[in-house]
Design a binder for this molecule. Structure first.
Ligand SMILES: [Mg+2]
Length: 238
């Protein structure tokens, strides 16, 4: 019997690239006004990533803190003093996060989520730093875990194990929905969950395992879930 539905977020419920680019643009604008000596914009800061990771390799999966440290490093290199660089990079990351969570949901995504929330426990499992409370999803989602919280991103099974433990659910009682055939579909299948692949036209490759259902739009999710649930309904013994 299906009890829990987990969602990937980025590129499953909205397109992530335009959001990150917009967030970086807003961040650059804010930095120009608030840290005028800074000689780096978001694109130039990418060149510092390797350097920062060399100093602090443990940040490789802590994407928010890594971004803050890169901003911090760019400030130090622009002769902004240590305490000021700390204060400004803390404020800058908040500007980025606020913009990063202003998403445009795919058509029908909120309706599908609202409908599924009537019958199932819903939650998010993401490698990114989208935040369900900032996204207005808390009325529907009862859990949300990020790779930063569980210490390893998909394809590690950590996010999935955490969701199962949190909801006290067996893998076969959970459906996972995602856009990435490997990170989402293969990983969840290998854990023993049911899967729905939200397949964008841009994705040409497949994973090693087959999803239970493939959909081309999130609008089809309630029907896809019903299909899986009907195949795994409890046996009527009467
Ligand atoms: Mg995704």
């Amino acid at each position: 019997m299906i009890k829990v539905i987990g969602f990937d977020l980025d590129d499953t419920l909205w397109a992530v690239k335009p959001i990150i680019l917009r967030a970086e643009k807003l961040l650059d604008h804010w930095l120009k006004e608030n840290a005028p000596p800074l000689q780096y914009d978001s694109i130039a800061m990418r060149s510092l990533r390797g350097q920062v990771l060399k100093q602090t390799p443990e940040l490789v999966h802590q994407i928010t803190e890594l971004r803050r440290r890169i901003i911090h490093e760019a400030m130090l290199r622009s002769d902004i003093s240590g305490p000021e660089a700390k204060r400004l990079s803390d404020a800058a990351i908040e500007i980025f996060l606020a913009a990063r969570n202003e998403v445009s949901f795919f058509d029908g995504a909120l309706e599908a989520i609202g409908q599924l929330a009537n019958s199932y426990v819903l939650g998010a499992l993401t490698n990114g730093n989208a935040d369900i409370s900032r996204l207005g999803l808390t009325p529907y989602f009862s859990f949300s875990f990020s790779a930063e919280q569980v210490g390893a991103p998909k394809p590690a099974p950590n996010l999935f194990s955490r969701a199962l433990a949190h909801t006290n659910t067996e893998p076969h009682e959970m459906i996972y929905i995602g856009d990435d055939p490997v990170l989402d579909i293969d990983t969840a299948n290998n854990v023993g969950m049911h899967t729905i692949w939200v397949k964008s036209k841009k994705v040409k490759s497949q994973g090693c395992t087959a999803p239970d259902v493939i959909v081309s739009s999130v609008k089809e999710l309630p029907e896809a879930v019903s299909h899986i649930a009907s195949q795994h309904a409890p046996q009527d013994n009467l």
